[in-house]
Design a protein around this ligand. Sequence first.
Ligand code: OAD
Length: 299
Amino acid sequence: RTRLPNFYKLEHLYDALEKSKKILVLTGAGISTSLGIPDFRSSQGFYSKMAHLGLDDPQDVFSLDVFRRNPNVFYSIAHMILPPDAAFTPLHGFIKLLQDKGKLLRNYTQNIDNLEGNVGVTPDHLVQCHGSFATASCFTCKYKVHGDVIFPHLRRQQIAYCPFCTAERRIKRQQFEKLEDEGATSRKFEFIDSYGVMKPDITFFGEDLPDRYHNFIKRDILECDLLLCIGTSLKVAPVSEIVNLLPEHIPQILINRDPIEHSEFDIELLGYGDEVITWLCKKLGWEIDHKDFEKIANS
Ligand code: OAD
């Protein structure tokens, strides 16, 4: 992508934000870090804390294959990224403000913390590209529960099992142990450790993105009039490819702590996202409805 020749000053951005009616907001973990939820790839991020698990690649904590063979891996670390209750950041508040002003086409979030819902972004304005902790399903029979049903298990680092598959799981395990005693397991069948295990409806590597993503993205890239990309390293496809799918004439803005190499943006506002957005809103005379907003704006 080459930058737009007529879109490089902050005045161009203010003007676009005032005029835009269909903003596509693409977000990642960086919009939630100020609440203490780690991002993934920063030096202190979630993936930096995976060394003790002995994985080839820390991203394998979200590998479907690893979960299938050993759900303990995920259950031992998921507590670190469980969403806090009723919390959100000024960046979440900003997305809600765009919605209230009738400017938000859709927020494509890669986050699984479900905090966009806390601030009041409505489901029709939201695509959770990588699913979320909001619900969980049985790995075997797909029985679905509210996510918070398994939160206590995740916090205790204890596997949650499906109530409908428990008996069957026990029988299969006994069969397996008997065969193992006879030294015949590999010839007969393998007991799959994830049998009847509840898995949060997060999109793991090896799984397709939710239908909602595929249903909306094709038309949204043609409809949007501005892209705001906030708090993401754009390292994970297919979401990272959205910036390359947009028509050439759509301005693309980055708000991120670190520069990213994946794409050319017209304007890059580098810094802590909450501070950048607070400053930007002040310039525009917009008010974010957030309890911490004043504190940050005056600091
Ligand atoms: P990353 O950790 O890859 O990138 C987070 C980005 O946010 C980095 O570029 C940081 O510089 C920036 N950042 C951190 N704190 C910030 C702050 N306070 N203000 C502004 N920017 C800040 O996270 P994602 O891009 O979201 O998949 O990662 C994408 C996907 O990779 C995730 O959805 C996750 C992971 O595998 C699943 O959860 C399934």
